[in-house]
Design a protein around this ligand. Structure first.
Ligand SMILES: *[C@@H]1O[C@H](CO)[C@@H](O)[C@H](O)[C@H]1NC(C)=O
Ligand SMILES: *[C@@H]1O[C@H](CO)[C@@H](O)[C@H](O)[C@H]1NC(C)=O
Ligand SMILES: *[C@@H]1O[C@H](CO)[C@@H](O)[C@H](O)[C@H]1NC(C)=O
Ligand SMILES: *[C@@H]1O[C@H](CO)[C@@H](O)[C@H](O)[C@H]1NC(C)=O
Ligand SMILES: *[C@@H]1O[C@H](CO)[C@@H](O)[C@H](O)[C@H]1NC(C)=O
Length: 515
């Protein structure tokens, strides 16, 4: 029988045990979810391309990632054609969420499922699917947090006008966003316009490792076209304008009636100087400005960071006065996806590290190598530093941590792994830091584990597993099963205590390095 039904049946007993053990071993300093600010939302997430499968079903047409995978550029030749098949298993998945006690589910809406040709007609089957998913969530008391655009640009718009490189993207994106507000906004109260524009543009247009594989030497190899010195900035500019356009539309036309909130979600790498040399500290600051400030500075102050303007010059597009006014303040919250710490050296001090035009003279480790080796350098204190940075530098915006989680590489690949104690420990350490940040004045409003289920991990294929719940990708029915981290999270969400491993407990506010 499916491990799933077994696991689900056992959950209430385990929860009862967890509560009893929690009471018996309660210590006065241990935190529970009730110590977080009023209304704090705990959830888990996914994205449409990664989790849905049903790639060619019911009228869905290809996005740029389908094309990329089919052309053989994916990590191990895998595709997301079936993936975790949430399209056919959403009811089962919502039931899992309910059992775990999630407040919210973060998912995205596949552009080519809702509007297969990128613009124009809505696909009734796509509309039906998202209505079903949203209704099922609400029926089970789970808030839907919807991302409108999560990397899955319609291939047809890429072919027609070069996708993100054209200002026409802004108009088509805004129409897609409006369809989402109009059809789902009566029930969806948390919208993200764009996911990780600060990395889609680097992968797609700087080093060309992701669709649409544009780059130029010496910054990327094997591209068929592109200009790594200019195109990342142009693509990002259009994503920023598209975001602002959707927000202003939502505010003008929908927000008063629907009463929701809208924001954008950035990747939040934390760049830390590799040494005490002042030039490395300056390089790390600059990296944070290029990576985070690229979007945060215009969102808060209406223009790109001065350091980008001075170093990139005319290659950095300009915001007109009207655009600047539209961009500035165009969020009710900002989402951050946080995983990695990068140790930064100024290129002048270590010629062995690869300098990138994009980051000018700051050099950086190659995160892809680390990810595919399963050796991501991550430290809970970095989340604290990121949140403090946002507080100090960007006027303490409301923040939702939209992704944070730990990967593992099962051996052999795809092996079923039930015991992921390391992941429970990982989550507890980050939640403890998150709590301390809220106590130190950061306005954090929610936390979503990446990911609810094992999914297609873009450049990591199916080799990397992030799920609280495992998925047997070799079984025709894509059997789900609870890992021990899912049970731990369920216990916490039902009132259990945070008990980060004592040796790694960041027990003062200094966020001392945890190794
Ligand atoms: C470029 O292509 C070569 C030969 O196919 C391959 O070995 C290399 O990994 C590719 N480089 C990148 C950055 O994709
Ligand atoms: C990229 O564009 C810049 C500015 O137009 C130009 O100076 C540079 O030569 C271009 N690089 C490539 C590789 O085409
Ligand atoms: C930086 O200096 C401090 C204090 O002198 C020292 O404890 C620390 O190890 C140094 N860090 C690095 C990365 O060299
Ligand atoms: C290209 O950029 C992406 C996004 O920053 C990064 O994950 C990847 O490691 C880079 N790849 C290469 C080959 O530099
Ligand atoms: C707490 O906030 C203050 C003021 O922003 C800051 O100086 C300090 O570094 C913060 N502490 C931590 C641990 O982030």
């Amino acid at each position: 029988m499916a491990p799933l039904s077994f696991a689900v049946l056992r959950l209430p007993l385990l929860l009862a045990l967890a509560v009893v053990i929690g009471v018996l071993t309660r210590d006065a300093t241990a935190l529970t979810r009730h110590d977080f600010p009023e209304g704090f939302v705990f959830g888990a997430g996914s994205s449409a391309f990664q989790v849905e499968g049903a790639a060619a079903e019911d009228g869905r047409k290809p996005c740029v990632w389908d094309t990329f995978n089919k052309a053989g550029y994916s990590f191990d030749g895998s595709t997301a054609d079936v993936s975790a098949d949430q399209y056919h298993h959403y009811k089962e998945d919502v039931k899992l969420m309910r059992e775990m006690g999630l407040d919210a589910y973060r998912f995205s809406i596949a552009w080519t499922r809702l509007i297969p040709d990128g613009r124009g007609d809505i696909n009734p089957k796509g509309l039906e699917y998202y209505n079903n998913l949203i209704n099922e969530l609400i029926l089970h008391g789970i808030q839907p947090h919807a991302t409108i655009y999560h990397f899955d640009l319609p291939q047809i718009l890429q072919d027609e006008y070069g996708g993100l490189l054209s200002p026409r993207f802004v108009e088509d994106y805004t129409a897609f966003a409006e369809a989402c507000f109009k059809h789902f906004g009566d029930r969806v109260k948390h919208w993200v316009t764009v996911n990780e524009p600060n990395i889609e543009t680097i992968g797609g247009y700087d080093n060309g490792s992701q669709p649409p594989r544009r780059c130029s030497l010496p910054f990327g190899k094997n591209c068929t076209g592109g200009n790594s010195s200019t195109e990342p900035y142009i693509a990002a500019h259009h994503l920023l304008l598209a975001h602002a356009s959707a927000v202003s539309l939502y505010r003008d036309k929908y927000q008063a009636n629907q009463g929701g909130q809208v924001g954008i979600t950035l990747l939040g790498w934390w760049h830390e100087p590799a040494t005490n040399l002042s030039q490395d500290a300056a390089a790390a600051t600059r990296m944070n400005d290029f990576h985070i400030g690229w979007f945060m500075h215009p969102l808060v102050y209406g223009d790109y960071p001065p350091v980008m303007r001075s170093r990139v010059g005319d290659r950095l597009p300009r915001l007109s006065a009207e655009e600047s006014a539209k961009v500035r303040g165009s969020f009710d919250f900002v989402g951050f996806n946080h995983y990695i710490v990068m140790r930064i050296r100024s290129a002048e001090t270590d010629s062995g590290w690869k300098p990138r035009d994009y980051y000018v003279d700051a050099a950086v480790q190659d995160p892809l190598n680390q990810i595919t080796e399963g050796k991501i350098e991550s430290h809970p204190w970095a989340l604290g530093k990121l949140l403090n940075h946002l507080k100090v530098k960007y006027e303490n915006p409301p923040v939702i941590i939209h992704e944070n989680g730990a990967a593992e590489v099962p051996d052999p690949p795809g092996a079923i792994v039930y015991d992921d104690e390391f992941r429970s420990e990982f989550l507890q350490m980050y939640l403890q830091v998150l709590y301390m940040s809220t106590r130190n004045g950061s306005d954090v409003r929610g936390y979503f584990v990446w990911s609810l289920l094992d999914v297609f991990e873009f450049l990591g294929g199916y080799r990397l597993r992030f799920g609280l719940c495992g998925v047997d990708m070799n079984a025709a029915g894509r059997t789900r099963y609870l890992r021990s981290s899912a049970r731990w999270y369920a216990g916490f969400l039902h009132g259990g205590e945070l008990r980060p491993p004592a040796s790694r407990r960041p027990d003062d506010m200094s966020y001392a390095a945890d190794e």
